[in-house]
Ligand binder design. Sequence first.
Ligand code: AMP
Length: 211
Amino acid sequence: MRLVFLGPPGSGKGTQAKNLAEKLGLEHLSTGDILRAEIERGSEIGIKAKTFMDAGALVPDKLILEMIKDILRKRANGFIFDGFPRTAPQAEGLDELLRGMGIQLNAVLYLSVGDEVLISRLLGRYYCPKCGLDYNLNSRPPKKAGLCDNCGEGLRQRSDDTEEVIRRRLEVYHQQTKAVEDYYRQKGLLIEINGAEPPDSVAAAILEAVA
Ligand code: AMP
């Protein structure tokens, strides 16, 4: 199965995409995670992407599509894209790549959530840099403030989870990514899910939608 998860930052698409990928045995491909790993490695793509990411802006389409082309070659059988495509040219670029490989998307799941809920969720988001566990002060706080339950490491916030950058990311989302929703709606692939519900209800709705 080949799926795309769409939704604004903080809609829960990362968590839901990861869970669904595990349940269905698909590869979870988050372009944000892949880019952060490239930055960590100090690769050429990472160096180019970092300035855009720190400003809450989108990384240029050309750079993203080159990265996706390589990834798709290895993972054509079953995947969930999370955070890609983010612009209409990326959606068209993905279609072209898939066409070239003789495959297509099964569905595009769109998690809709209002801006104020998103801002509160994103400001509460923390992760453990050592073991990778995710926390949220609203829904999954650590037992001891600021420390990972699993390994005791100090928790961190993503460098782009500040209120100023979050507002910019939401603006970018509304300006550019809405076009991607419209693109897939027109193709009859878009399935809208209410992402403001508790995570378990959202997961159940997603499973039902792709069953
Ligand atoms: P995310 O982890 O999905 O919230 O992405 C974090 C940041 O990575 C975004 O604010 C962008 O700067 C960059 N990014 C991730 N995916 C894409 C994409 N498909 N196109 C352009 N920029 C991206």
